[in-house]
Design a protein around this ligand. Structure first.
Ligand code: HEC
Length: 277
């Protein structure tokens, strides 16, 4: 079944992560640096894997439940949604870019970018090193973790699959798309994260999650203020319901609760894996 590919992917990531942890605790040599007052608790690759899971859940929820179910209700989603004369919601890729805009303003030195080798927006094309890693990803569909030799940043790339029908139809029909035969389940690109150090403390990890969630909150409030500009009779009811139930849009609390329900278990499990008894 085509839609099960992302699920298979995350199952593999979690199993793979467990194998790495077994290796680390069973056979890795002790770290050379033991003088730090705060001991690192997650490798950056592990932390970004958990962030990528949260992002994947958020992105799929937005694409399916808001864009996919909102369009038949008459809601619009546009590339130029932020323009003064346009009243619309963000496309999924621009939702992510809005989150990145907030990350850039935060104190957390984490960045996020959605790249592809067949992009709609040419600035989303991978750089040379990223393209090499993406070629390897096409073969094994596994995340790639490496250090950028120029910036020194730790980079983690995660597969971005066509997980919902609107991904495929919109990209295939887009006039600037570099490819028009995407299919459900295809690997369309990679969510590419960067962070300056090779490991993070629990506090730093919490700050990363908070910065990401703050970004989602800001983009959501920008979207809700777009909706307020519609004529009253064209405004969906903002509250506890979703477009699948009618002319509704969830408020931020409702959105956040759904994201939490989908991702918090995995985040907690990732942290609890670090408790060694
Ligand atoms: C309604 C149209 C629309 C939908 C739905 C949509 N996209 Fe896009 N996507 C775009 C546009 C437009 C861009 C370029 C945005 C930019 O960066 O300016 C883009 C960018 C991207 C990129 C970065 C490379 C590029 O093409 O520029 C990837 C990867 C991507 N989308 C994957 C997906 C996936 C996976 C989904 C479903 C979860 C999805 N898209 C849903 C329109 C769409």
């Amino acid at each position: 079944m085509a839609t099960s590919r992302p699920t298979q992917f995350w199952t593999l990531v979690v199993l793979g992560g467990a194998a790495i942890l077994v290796y680390l605790f069973a056979s890795a040599p002790p770290p050379l640096e033991t003088q730090r007052t705060e001991r690192p608790s997650l490798s950056t690759a592990e932390a970004l894997t958990l962030l990528a899971y949260e992002n994947d859940v958020t992105r799929t929820l937005f694409t399916k439940e808001i864009v996919g179910n909102g369009k038949p209700q008459g809601l619009n989603f546009r590339e130029n949604w932020m323009d003064d004369d346009v009243v619309a919601g963000p496309l999924p890729a621009l939702f992510l870019r809005g989150v990145e805009a907030e990350l850039s303003k935060s104190d957390v030195p984490m960045h996020l970018f959605l790249g592809s080798d067949y992009p709609i927006e040419s600035s989303n094309r991978f750089s040379d090193r990223q393209q090499l890693e993406f070629d390897a990803m096409k073969a094994d569909l596994a995340p790639k973790h490496f250090v950028d030799s120029i910036s020194g940043e730790h980079i983690s790339m995660f597969p971005d699959f066509a997980s919902a029908a609107p991904c495929v139809s919109c990209h295939n029909d887009h006039e600037r798309s570099a490819k028009s035969d995407w299919k459900l389940g295809d690997l369309m690109g990679a969510t590419t994260w960067s962070y300056p150090s090779d490991s993070v403390t629990t506090d730093e990890f919490m700050a990363m999650v908070s910065a990401y969630r703050e970004g989602v909150k800001v983009v959501w409030s920008q979207y809700l203020s777009e909706l307020e500009q519609l004529a009253p009779e064209q405004q969906p009811e903002v509250g506890e319901h979703w477009p699948s139930a009618g002319f509704f849009i969830p408020n931020h609390t409702t959105l956040r609760d759904s994201i939490n329900a989908l991702s918090s278990g995995a985040l907690l499990e990732g942290l609890m894996d670090k408790v060694t008894l």
